[in-house]
Design a protein around this ligand. Structure first.
Ligand SMILES: N[C@@H](CCOP(=O)(O)O)C(=O)O
Length: 485
């Protein structure tokens, strides 16, 4: 085997570290919150600095670039960056369902002219269950499989609360692993799109609906994880964060490890993603794989904005307070008390100490919705959270957070089709008042009847085809084929 396909020999020394009291715990069991103080954990590899002795930055780049061509499925997805993520797994533990390596698509000149900024989308909706959560699940389920194998665990209940993406991903990976895993997902009743509700049902998960919003479901799941033997699959689970760091690694690799003049936009919901993105870039920077840290710009809707509100205060007076959410088209980010907020605060401090730039901007629902419609009219497949990023880009420009030549990399966290009902609401002007969205004419679209069904009954097949075609000609004013352009 060559470097391209060879499974790495490096093994790290990993442990859970509480961000509140600093207590550490072995990784032999699953921990979500610190048994000493209730704080959240990050997973750390205490041997991480030895990676710098093995290779310098260019050396690591070469290894990761070589692996980009691998046919070894244990390295083909997010584990291309094995040494930086969960270097305690064996190849046989790794689950690969095709996650990662999502395309980065540069915007058209027309869209860039509208935005006034160079920009590209990373289409994480092209992951297997249609969202970035698959990155985290690939890692969390691989680790769970490792524990099951090691301890011979039977009857493992995997559980999560979700706005729709996490549940789809958790159910998919659990169904692929199969026995002894059983997937259970808690969803806020009526607040998950029909497409997202269909996903865990199709994967055979037990779907439990709870009145209220995501935050209510999360509390139930946290209670269960504190008192019962369940495997929590939300991003409170540190293995999820590790997998999602691959987003940052892929972005850096795509730009040949040059993150100067780049601004990475991330919508913030439960805050696991922005945590992972920051942590990922910090790891690359520590090993000299990248020289510059990109600007990180978090985006929140004014209907779910606790992290914006925190960073909007002067540094010395910042107080964190959960908010009561209001309906949002960026439904995946409709979260009033993000579980990863302490991780964000911890990592932002490190990021800024190293000269990195971090901001959070707040956008309106109308801007999110029209952001999504506008970018998708220019060849993208952004979900509403992707629209939120575009709105965030316009806001960041307005605030002077970007240099004119900064390339903005926007996160389309999920596939547009998962949230397509919101497009229908815009086109049919049927948003409930609480969304505060008034559809405009510019982005409106609707199907138009070309020819009545009754004409089909009146005419023979040929005549019907001709009449339908002639109506197209009349409507579009088509020129004859023999006329020159
Ligand atoms: N939008 C998320 C909310 C849960 O986030 P997680 O990353 O903590 O699992 C979802 O899709 O459920």
């Amino acid at each position: 085997m060559n470097q391209t396909n060879e499974f790495p020999s490096y093994r790290g020394t990993m442990r859970y570290k509480c961000l509140s009291c600093g207590a550490t715990y072995p990784i032999d069991a699953l921990y979500y919150t610190c048994p000493d103080c209730g704080g959240v954990f990050l997973l750390e590899d205490t041997s991480f600095s030895s990676l710098a002795e093995k290779h310098d930055g260019p050396g690591w780049r070469k290894i990761f670039d070589a692996r980009a061509a691998t046919k070894n499925t244990a390295l083909r997805g997010i584990f291309r960056f094995y040494e930086l993520m969960a270097p305690v797994l064996e190849a046989e533990d790794i689950i690969y369902l095709g996650e990662g390596n999502t395309p980065i698509v540069r915007a058209s000149r027309e869209l860039e002219a509208y935005a006034g900024q160079p920009l590209a989308y990373k289409n994480d909706g092209q992951n297997p269950s249609g969202s970035f959560k698959d990155r985290g699940m690939a890692c969390a389920f691989s680790y769970l499989r490792h524990l099951v194998r090691k301890h011979g665990w039977k009857d493992v209940i995997t559980i999560c609360a979700s706005t729709g993406d996490t549940s789809a991903a958790a159910a998919l990976y659990a169904s692929h692993v199969g026995d002894p895993l059983k997937s259970v997902v808690l969803l806020p009743k009526g607040k998950v799109t029909p497409q997202q509700l269909a996903q865990p049902l199709g994967s055979g998960a037990l779907v439990l609906e709870v009145p209220g919003v995501f935050d209510d479901c999360m509390k139930v799941v946290e209670y269960l994880a504190d008192h019962y033997r369940v495997a929590l699959l939300n991003s409170k689970n540190g293995w999820r964060i590790l997998g999602q760091e691959s987003y940052a690694f892929e972005v850096a690799q795509w730009y040949d490890w040059n993150m100067g003049d780049k601004a990475v936009f991330v919508p913030i919901g439960n805050a696991g993603n922005v945590t992972a993105v920051m942590s990922g870039f910090l790891k690359l920077h520590r090993l000299g794989i990248i020289e510059d840290l990109p600007k990180i710009i978090g985006v929140q809707s004014s209907h779910a904005d606790p992290v914006f509100k925190y960073y909007d205060q002067p540094a010395e007076a910042r107080i964190y307070a959960p908010v009561k959410v209001r309906p949002s088209v960026a439904q995946a980010a409709m979260i009033g008390n993000p579980v990863s907020f302490p991780r964000v605060r911890f990592l932002v401090d490190q990021y800024e100490q190293l000269g990195g730039v971090f901001h959070v901007v707040q956008v309106r629902e109308q801007e999110i919705m029209e952001g999504m419609l506008r970018v998708n009219r220019h060849g993208h497949i952004a979900c509403t959270q992707g629209g939120e990023c575009f709105a965030g880009l316009l806001k960041a420009r307005e605030k002077g957070f970007l240099d004119p030549h900064d390339l903005a990399i926007l996160d389309a966290t999920a596939h547009a089709l998962k949230f397509i009902g919101f497009q229908d609401m815009y086109f049919s002007n049927s948003f409930a008042r609480e969304y505060e969205i008034t559809p405009g004419r510019e982005l409106h679209n609707a199907p138009q009847e070309l020819i009545a069904a009754s004409r089909k009954e009146d005419l023979d097949e040929q005549a019907f085809t001709r009449e339908a075609a002639e109506r197209v000609v009349a409507r579009l004013g088509l020129a004859d084929k023999h006329d020159h352009y």
